[in-house]
Design a protein around this ligand. Structure first.
Ligand code: CUA
Length: 340
């Protein structure tokens, strides 16, 4: 009876592994490939050890089992020097076989490209429950969508604005913590192909830890330069309707920034209409297959942010005095606020 739910759970876990954009088993870059190589090596060694040990155990159990009518105690053996040397040396060899490539990979992963002039520098700040990305060489700040040029090394500098988080893009790299009190961690990865990869927070950080997702968008170098250029364009595009523009400025821009206006306490909203998801988890999908059109997602978020991400710091716009019509108006405006 227990077998069925167990199989179902195992099946679900395996189904999760199958997602190309979120799987350590389908690496999309050198860092993740190196991790998978180590996993394969240790699993191979484990399988060989398991087969040998289980075969010997099965043989011994069958060969030396008590036979019918057998009364006497078999010959007792105490200590065997050769055998003891053998089962000490074999594990030692296995540990060395595991350790050499692991140490090599750890040192390779330790290259943070911090002083590499060709690397793209990105400062990552974890917040409950969203991610801030600052391109220090370009003076560009954004949230939730990390846009990178394919094939280039990205030199990350990571910290947090509140509690511990951990930055993880399973198909591209290992995890690295974001630590408080000005502690900065550094690491680097690159994505050789264009694509969108899912990133996750991998350190329990509060009620919406499991929803603290982001996207890595690997694009061509031209597309990246173009993205930087449009993000740098300083003039904020406010809602056309003057009343709505006033509400947006007086309420939303108290915490958020667009272009040259507002405060970047909350996620920067410049070009939010071009993002892959709202709040990192509501996928913007015009066909409605994997998600919903962006305007719907923005409405879902703005009408009740707590129901989407419990414990987040965004106040409910209704509590700030915004009417349903105003909230819908702001959702429509943000959905159309794309980068050219
Ligand atoms: Cu942030 Cu878990």
């Amino acid at each position: 009876k227990r077998l069925l739910p167990m199989t179902a759970i195992f099946g679900l876990i395996l189904a999760g592994c199958g997602r190309e954009d979120l799987s350590v088993l389908r690496p999309q870059g050198p860092a993740a490939e190196s991790s998978l190589g180590l996993m394969k090596l240790s699993i191979a060694i484990m399988v060989v050890v398991l087969l040998i040990v289980f075969s010997i155990a099965a043989y011994v159990i069958i060969r030396f089992r008590r036979k019918p009518g057998q009364q006497e105690i078999p010959k007792q053996v105490e200590g065997n020097f050769k055998l003891e040397v053998l089962w000490t040396v074999i594990p030692l060899i296995l540990v060395v076989v595991l350790a050499v490539p692991t140490v090599k990979a750890v040192f390779a992963a330790g290259n943070d490209h911090a002083n590499d002039k060709n690397a793209i520098k990105v400062k990552v700040t974890g917040h409950q429950f969203w991610w801030e990305f600052e391109y220090t060489d370009y003076g560009v700040k954004t949230a939730q969508d990390l846009v990178i040029p394919k094939g280039k090394d990205i030199a990350f500098e990571l910290t947090t604005a509140d509690v511990l988080h951990s930055f993880w893009v399973p198909s591209l790299s290992g995890k690295i913590d974001t630590n408080p009190a000005g502690t900065i961690n550094r690491f680097s990865f690159s994505a050789p192909n264009e694509g969108v990869y899912r990133g996750k927070c991998a350190e329990l950080c509060g009620p919406s830890h499991g929803l603290m997702e982001f996207k890595v968008k690997s694009v061509s170098e031209d597309a990246f330069e173009q993205w930087i250029a449009s993000m740098k364009s300083p003039v904020a595009v406010l809602p056309e309707d003057p009343e709505l523009a006033k509400t947006f400025k007086n309420q939303c821009l108290k915490c958020h920034a667009i272009g040259d206006q507002g405060l970047a306490v909350g996620p920067n909203l410049t070009g939010i209409g071009s993002r892959e998801a709202i709040a990192g988890i509501l996928l913007n999908d015009d066909t409605g297959v994997d998600g919903a059109p962006i305007e719907e997602n923005l409405k879902t978020w703005l009408h009740d942010p707590q129901s989407v991400k419990p414990g987040n710091l965004m106040p409910n716009p209704k509590d700030l005095g915004l009417s349903d019509a105003e909230i819908d108006g702001i959702a429509a405006y943000l959905a159309n606020y794309t980068l050219d």
